[in-house]
Unconditional design. Structure first.
Length: 732
């Protein structure tokens, strides 16, 4: 640690300013290096926020710039508020005049001044998601495009993706335009932008895109802000997308005084447009740039850091750094092999109780999952053993919209007079039963004092309803009658699958192309899995009702459950990382869609998960997962294979010993079997060629059409054309 005083020319030691007290040498260098481009590679737990706020305080305290000459960009409003409060605390006075805020907030401020350059008046409106979807639906109707064939959400997602990539309609490639709305993506995008202009409105994607357009086409305006912003600071640079990157480059091009703080090893938002390449090419974009690595970690023990470093070192796309700590070795990372998902949940519950008895508050423990459907087993186990929990960044399993919809169907089967459940799903999915139809049903029910289903049954026998609505409502009532009869004949899990399929609910989400749709389908599968533990439908519905009872205030000591993506920026004394199996983590969808880039992002997600732990980290994998009444054997994640053996300790449960080869308690005994399994799957380098028949565990049998490195284009017999990694297929 450096001396806490500076020596001035007289030889008298002067006290350091408050913002430099207690900083390490690398942090101080990052704080005091003001001129020229600077990239601060800040590893997990290395004091990134402290450096950023201290740097701001240093600029102001040394009078290097007026507040109005500083641009500081964050990714959340909360981060902006905290930064402003911290700087005020460091310099002892309120900070006014800094351009401090999120990308979008600063872009709005610029557009209010210069919006006329892109056809906007000062009082322009910013559309929210609902307004955007309504406008796109109007455009599709005007163009006679069936919204079922081109859902507005799909078109909105494509437009947002293009705007994040800084592409206006005229910049779209032919392939991009052809990929949406049956080849009419470009025309619809242009029509949407014209409609926004006519409404004096823009959406969130426009805010930065319009700024880039103004700066590109109006050199005088760009020069004004290049002169104004003498210092630019950017937080979480690894999460920037293309349009944010271009906006920053334009502003910093003149003086080059840009400081970007980030961690290439924590870039985990590629699915929403973040480009890890922005941080990787910083030196190329800003010649003469300095890179300062913050590697001293103040959060985790040495074993935890070494385990995380061991995994992330397998990524090629990184600038490289090695975290270290002087807080001691601590406990090794515990790796638990269990038989199935239920045992995984039981073991986590036991470990939580052990830590609680050792004096660790529940608030200092977290379960971090890769996919939302995983939370169900842990939620139910915690309810059984009476431990309170909170869901962070999402709803509890039985409170999610798709689960409430599915259970509403089942509630009507069990209790036909359940008006709330019937009202929820009567037009979900869409059946042409609009507000007018529902008003008639409600009116008749109130007048006769009868349930909605009884009122609906009376209405379909009259001419009160239009023929289409009458037919749709009659079919739904007939379906409920048939499902109710089958409830006494079929297992309740089979009945639930039948209801979801025949009602069109599953198909509705299969047709949805939004990023959330795949997760909702996984949750519906997990719902069926949850029903297996109950004798009948009535028993399961009682369980759901009890599981969704109200709870006390959020200030209670509770375990946190969240996804790995939602855990970034948080830290806990003890972290549980379940589900480390191939196909789940790394997630098969990431591998199929983006190949090696997807694998590297999944590996960064593993790194983020491990580095959330301060003292105790538990990684779990199951030998079997039961999905849709079928047992599926699982292969431990390749990330387990990448953990340094000297920093982990294997904890084996029950019959797991027989499932894996090897011995010894210090080395991972599954390593040889996992590696051998993958080699067997791959069948040798270069074996898979066009024309070969192969088998994939998820998609079944198919014919290879093309090979590109380790990626295969395969026409599967039932699943259609898919891109997969060669290590996940085997010769048929």
């Amino acid at each position: 640690m450096q001396e806490q005083t500076d020596t001035i020319s007289t030889g008298i030691a002067a006290p350091l300013p408050p913002y430099l007290e207690g900083v390490n040498p690398a942090q101080r260098e990052a704080i005091e290096t003001l001129e020229g481009p600077l990239l601060v590679l800040a590893g997990a737990g290395t004091g990134k926020t402290r450096v950023l706020t201290a740097r701001l305080a240093h600029i102001l305290s040394t009078r290097s710039a007026w507040p109005s000459e500083i641009l500081a960009v964050t990714f959340t409003n909360k981060a902006a508020r905290e930064m402003k409060e911290r700087v005020a605390g460091l310099i002892g006075e309120a900070v006014e005049g800094i351009w401090l805020g999120t990308f979008h907030a600063i872009a709005v401020r610029l557009l209010r001044r210069h919006g006329e350059c892109v056809g906007l008046e000062r009082n322009f409106t910013i559309l929210d998601t609902d307004d955007q979807l309504r406008l796109l639906k109007q455009l599709l109707e005007a163009e006679n495009i069936d919204p079922k064939r081109c859902p507005p959400r799909l078109l909105a997602a494509a437009i947002d993706r293009w705007k994040n990539a800084a592409k206006t309609p005229e910049k779209l490639s032919a392939a991009e335009a052809q990929s949406v709305a049956e080849g009419r993506g470009k025309d619809l995008y242009a029509a949407y932008q014209a409609r926004l202009k006519a409404l004096n409105a823009c959406d969130f994607g426009d805010l930065l895109l319009h700024c880039v357009t103004i700066f590109t086409e109006h050199a005088d305006i760009l020069a004004e802000y290049q002169r104004r912003f003498r210092y630019i600071l950017v937080d979480e640079y690894q999460d920037t997308n293309v349009v944010q990157y271009l906006w920053l480059r334009l502003l910093a091009r003149e003086h080059g005084n840009i400081c970007c703080v980030g961690d290439d090893d924590q870039s985990i938002y590629g699915w929403r447009g973040a480009e890890v390449g922005n941080i990787l090419r910083f030196e190329k974009d800003f010649p003469g740039a300095r890179i300062i690595r913050l590697e001293q970690n103040y959060r985790s023990t040495a074993h935890i850091l070494a385990a995380a470093d061991g995994i992330i070192a397998h990524n090629d796309g990184r600038l490289g750094k090695t975290l270290w700590t002087d807080t001691g070795e601590g406990e090794k990372v515990a790796v638990h092999g269990v038989w199935d998902g239920d045992e995984e949940a039981r073991l986590v519950g036991e470990l939580i109780e052990q830590r609680q008895r050792a004096g660790c508050p529940l608030n200092e423990m977290a379960i971090l999952v890769r996919a939302g459907f995983q939370t169900r087993a842990f939620e139910e186990r915690l309810l059984v053993i009476g431990l309170p929990y909170r869901m962070i960044g999402g709803r509890k399993f039985y409170e999610r919209a798709e689960i409430r919809d599915a259970t509403a169907y089942l509630r009507v089967i069990v209790q036909p007079a359940d008006d709330l459940a019937f009202e929820r799903i009567v037009n979900t999915p869409k059946r042409g039963l609009g507000d007018a139809t529902l008003r008639l049903v409600h009116h008749l029910a109130r007048k006769g004092g009868i349930p909605l289903t009884a009122a609906a049954r009376n209405l379909v026998e009259t001419d009160e309803l239009r023929p289409r609505a009458r037919s749709s409502l009659r079919k739904l009532l007939d379906d409920f009658d048939r499902w109710r009869r089958l409830a006494g004949e079929l297992p309740h899990t089979e009945l639930a699958e039948m209801v979801l399929d025949e009602s069109g609910y599953t198909a509705m989400w299969q047709a949805d192309r939004s990023p959330e749709a795949a997760g909702r389908l996984e949750n519906l599968k997990e719902l069926i899995r949850a029903m297996e533990g109950f004798e009948n439908l009535q028993g399961f519905m009682e369980h759901v009702a009890l599981a969704t009872e109200g709870e006390d205030g959020d200030d209670e000591d509770r375990i946190s459950i969240m996804t790995l993506h939602g855990a970034k920026g948080l830290e806990f004394d003890t972290v549980f990382l379940p589900g480390w199996e191939e196909g789940l983590f790394p997630h098969q969808r990431a591998l199929d869609e983006t190949g090696n880039a997807g694998l590297e992002e999944e590996r960064r997600l593993a790194y983020v998960g491990i580095t959330r732990a301060r003292r105790h980290c538990h990684i779990l994998f199951a030998a079997n997962r039961r999905i849709y009444n079928q047992w599926q054997a699982s292969i431990p994640s390749r990330f387990i294979d990448e953990l340094p053996p000297e920093h982990i300790e294997l904890q084996r449960r029950g019959g797991m010993n027989a499932g894996f080869h090897g011995g010894g308690s210090t080395a991972a005994p599954w390593r040889s079997s996992v590696s051998a399994s993958r080699q067997e799957e791959k069948g040798g380098e270069g074996e898979y060629k066009a024309g070969m028949r192969v088998f994939h565990q998820k998609f079944g049998y198919g014919l290879i059409r093309q090979r590109d490195g380790n990626r295969l284009d395969i026409d599967f017999d039932k699943a259609g054309r898919k891109k997969v990694i060669d290590s996940f297929v085997e010769p048929a």
